[in-house]
Design a protein around this ligand. Structure first.
Ligand SMILES: *Cc1c(COP(=O)(O)O)cnc(C)c1O
Length: 424
């Protein structure tokens, strides 16, 4: 039997005429669990993590998985067991980490709108660091910590004002962004932090954007960050850890982001050259750890050929795969069992009542109704942004480990969807 790997998709391969993840035939999973179905490869997640670990060999680093990319308990377990910490953006995220066996002291809490309630919960749990995003948040955090008789460990998320050259909705390190403390106010804000009795400065943090496919923005951010660290330390405030955020892109459609190991080799050379190579480092990768570890399996419901467009209507939709509708994002779409027939051009769309509900435009596919397709690169920012729009149930999720498949989330039922609601 011939094996044919898919470019940029290390865990996926056609064996004979069937698509496999690791040792699992995807068709079998679709038959057993129904569609739409998310399937994740544990080996692929661990190999993405290993690239970072190679890059940081011999250094002090805490890798905090940015779990908003995919917060499934089973996925959190994989990273917790591999020794990762977690970057969270809500108290709900924290509860997930703790429920999956992650350690509170390895949690860092990001986000521009932490509430007092969330601060209290995270302080009581004893998380490792709050990445504070504004002066107002700093004051409130100090107050909340004092009310509990605690001191909150803080890092300021600084806005290094570099252009990550990615989609505007996922650029976060520009002056115009809502994220982080403006570059020119950073030293002042650290001085204020040093005065506040309820906080303890432990680090500095930045996160410049997402799906970054070039190394230049990262290298620029290192210089901008180290300039700030030097200025803050010159003002008498020691910075224990340096957190460079996440954002490294993946190959959706032939993009060629640097490998995490290659990128960090260059970043560390820069840190070494400026005398910071032996500091405690942190990073917050999300998409690059899980994005290409996942696929969404879907069935073709109807074909609707037309004069101007041919529509291939599938049972997955924008509520399952929101990235095309949100950012005009591209996902490859491939058949689980390729047909020998001549392919045609199809717009692959979901059943949701919105013209924005498309998954792929102008795709060359040989398909018939009843065929199974895989939407690739669906491990990050798909299920985590899934909704119940059109009263659609959220999909089931399976984590493959070699020849074993763990169901990590059952398909939602309509009863579960209506559970929170009350009749008049
Ligand atoms: C979303 C986010 C990340 C992860 O970004 P990816 O592009 O998924 O790597 C890291 N840090 C913060 C603060 C984030 O908001």
């Amino acid at each position: 039997m011939t094996t044919q790997n898919l470019p940029g998709q290390p865990q996926l391969a056609y064996r004979g005429n069937e698509l496999f993840t690791e040792s699992m035939r995807l068709r079998d999973l679709a038959k057993q669990h129904g569609t739409p179905l998310f399937v994740y490869s544990k080996a692929s997640m661990l190999s993405a993590l290993a690239s970072y670990q190679r890059g940081f060999a011999g250094r002090k680093v805490q890798i905090c998985y940015a779990m908003k990319a995919n917060p499934a308990l089973g996925v959190i377990q994989v990273f917790a067991q591999a020794g990762c910490g977690f970057d969270i953006v809500s108290a709900g995220d924290m509860d997930r980490v703790l429920a999956a066996g992650g350690k509170a002291e390895k949690i860092i809490f990001s986000g521009v709108g932490k509430t007092r309630f969330e601060m209290r919960r995270a302080l009581e749990a004893g998380i490792g660091c709050f990445n504070v995003e504004s002066e107002a948040e700093l004051e409130v955090l100090s107050e909340v910590a004092l009310s509990l008789g605690l001191r909150a460990p803080v890092s300021l998320r600084v806005n290094p004002n570099v252009d990550p050259k990615t989609h505007p909705y996922i650029s976060t390190g520009l002056k115009s962004s809502k994220f982080g403390v403006a570059h020119e106010r950073v030293v002042q804000t650290y001085q204020r932090a040093a005065e506040l009795a309820g906080v303890r400065v432990v680090g500095i943090d930045c996160h410049i954007g997402s799906q970054i496919t070039q190394e230049a923005p990262y290298l620029d951010a290192v210089d901008r960050m180290l300039d700030l660290v030097e200025a803050i330390e010159a003002a008498g405030i020691p910075i224990h850890h340096l957190d460079f955020g996440g954002g490294l892109g993946i190959d959706y459609n032939g993009e060629t982001p640097p490998g995490a190991d290659q990128l960090w080799k260059k970043m560390l050379a820069k840190l070494d050259a400026r005398g910071f190579g032996q500091r405690q480092l942190m990073i917050e990768p999300g998409r690059s750890l899980v994005g290409n570890a996942g696929v969404c399996l879907t069935e073709v419901i109807y074909l609707k050929p037309g004069e101007q467009k041919n529509f291939c209507i599938i049972d997955a939709a924008m509520n399952d795969l929101p990235r095309p509708a949100m950012y005009q994002a591209y996902h490859q779409i491939v058949p689980l069992t390729p047909r020998p027939d001549a392919p045609k051009q199809w717009d692959v769309v979901g059943p949701v009542c919105e013209s924005g509900d498309w998954i792929g435009h102008d795709r060359t596919l040989a398909v018939q109704s009843g065929d199974l397709l895989a939407v690739l690169s669906a491990g990050a920012y798909c299920m985590s942004m899934a909704s119940n729009y059109n009263s659609r149930a959220r999909a089931a999720e399976v984590l493959v480990d070699g020849s074993h498949a763990h169901l990590i989330r059952r398909r939602e039922t309509i009863v579960e969807q209506m559970q929170q609601e009350l009749l008049l």
